[in-house]
Ligand binder design. Sequence first.
Ligand SMILES: [Zn+2]
Length: 205
Amino acid sequence: MTGRAAPKSTVCRATFMALVKVSRALVDQGKGGRKLWPKRKPRSDAKTPAGPDPGAPSFNVRAPAFLVAGNHLRCWKCSGNTAVYALVVAPPFDHRDGARQWEPGTSLAVLAYIESLPERIADHLKLTAPRYFRDASQWHRRPYWMNHCEYCGAKIGDAETIESAIAPLNTERFQPANVKLSHVPQPFEALATLHNCSDQVSVEA
Ligand SMILES: [Zn+2]
């Protein structure tokens, strides 16, 4: 990372330079549905999205543009090699924790457990990633935008696509050989959990 702030208009070109370590292990995630990720902590500090309560923010991330990241995953249910997606923001973007002040994001961030999106972003996703839509989650306890298998329709949660160490959209795997990125030059807002890429990953403007 450099300390120089990039101008808004030049950022988010969908090219990454990555120096992260590559795990070559191909893992069959379809075996017996066993969980390959650690148990999540309860989200005691999370706010309910889109409520009329003025103290509860609808969004905790905002950016002048965003990226749709795509990769593939073996479905836990039917073993089909299905496309999976996640939304990504790159500096310049702002984020905040609860009702605190907005702060500038300093590294690329993958958004997990997106509970709230503007309607126009949801409409964009219906066209570009129709199997990535808001759905109920027993584990997360609230609906969020998640992937669904393109063959059997099974829910594929963000733990499996983003948070597991072997997940196809884990920040450690963000390099051009693994992850396809589509730049969407539209103002972006979301209520989500941010997973920052390590300092070893940077975006070429
Ligand atoms: Zn499937």
